[in-house]
Design a protein around this ligand. Structure first.
Ligand code: NAP
Ligand code: GCO
Length: 266
């Protein structure tokens, strides 16, 4: 195997929402393969803690305060990255939120906020980088999808609607821009231990595990939660030359959840 196929030397990667969690691990992986990293988040505190964490790992990341739901902030961030680091070769649309509320109790504003962040924002960020990628006839877009791009469950209607939409936005970007040698693929993480899923892993007052913990282990052939590190290989693959003829694909990194009917009760 030619290791250069996975090299990202000389490339600039923007990973949105990479202050911590999955985005941070993906940025670390892309940096490890040689890319220069730009990332953003909304909170000044998160930004400065993240810069310290990247530095501690020997990564010279450039951090930007920008809300991906605001088009003017996205445009300004992309312009600053071009000035600071040069052309953007790789975009990972990772920033995302979830609200766990029964649909009949969910306000329309909350629903919209999730869709704006998890679906409209990847459109805004991708739109901002496409013209240059089209000119150069090269680019990699990676959208962070979800189990909820395929499956439903109680309380996550907005999230599932957005992540299902993101899967189709991925396929459409691939369809529309493949002729420019731009590849747009998705990563569909399974259940990953990050702040986003902390409420599903928090022990009760008596110290017993949250019932979701046993539920998800039983649904996962790997019988464990994923870690952000589990996503690193898929991210490097989809950002590198190794995936130049892979387009419109969603690579599920889920410990086997989507392949499994679930464990029979004992
Ligand atoms: P997380 O721990 O909550 O981290 C989210 C990151 O996004 C933070 O850096 C946050 O920083 C940033 N962010 C949120 N909204 C933003 C906005 N409007 N503009 C800019 N940055 C924003 O989430 P995660 O678990 O790492 O998840 C990352 C992505 O993977 C999300 O799209 C999520 O839906 C998806 N995913 C997660 C799992 C899982 O099990 N954890 C599974 C499948 C898919 P600030 O708060 O400072 O903005
Ligand atoms: C939930 C979870 C999820 C995961 C993930 C699964 O409440 O069901 O938070 O939606 O975070 O996206 O792939």
């Amino acid at each position: 195997m030619n290791e250069d196929m996975f090299s990202l030397k000389g490339k600039v990667a923007l990973v949105t929402g990479a202050a911590y969690g999955i985005g941070f691990a993906i940025a670390e992986a892309l940096a490890g393969a040689g890319a220069k990293i730009a990332f953003n988040c909304r909170s000044r505190e998160h930004l400065s803690a993240a810069l310290d964490a990247y530095n501690a790992g020997g990564i010279d990341a450039s951090g930007y305060l920008a809300d991906v739901t605001k088009e003017e902030e996205v445009t300004a961030m992309v312009a600053s990255i071009r000035e600071d680091l040069g052309k953007i070769d790789i975009v990972v649309n990772n920033a995302g939120i979830i609200k766990r509320v029964p649909m009949h109790e969910m306000g329309a504003e909350s629903f919209r906020e999730v869709v704006e962040t998890d679906l409209v924002a990847p459109f805004l960020v991708t739109k901002a980088v496409l013209p240059e990628m089209m000119k150069r006839k090269a680019g990699k877009i990676i959208n962070i999808c979800s189990m909820m791009s395929e499956l439903g469950r109680e309380t996550v209607s907005a999230y599932a609607a957005a992540k299902g939409g993101l899967k189709m936005l991925t396929r459409n970007i691939a369809s529309e821009y493949g002729k420019y040698n731009i590849q747009c693929n998705g990563i569909g993480p399974g259940y990953i231990a990050t702040p986003q899923t902390a409420p599903l892993r928090t022990p009760g007052p008596d110290g017993s595990m949250h019932p979701f913990d046993a539920f998800i282990r039983a649904k996962t052939p790997a019988a464990r939660w994923g870690t952000p590190e589990d996503l690193k290989g898929a991210a490097v693959f989809l950002a590198s030359k190794a995936s130049d003829f892979v387009n419109g694909h969603i690579l599920y990194v889920d410990g086997g959840i989507l392949a499994y009917i679930g464990k029979q009760p004992e």
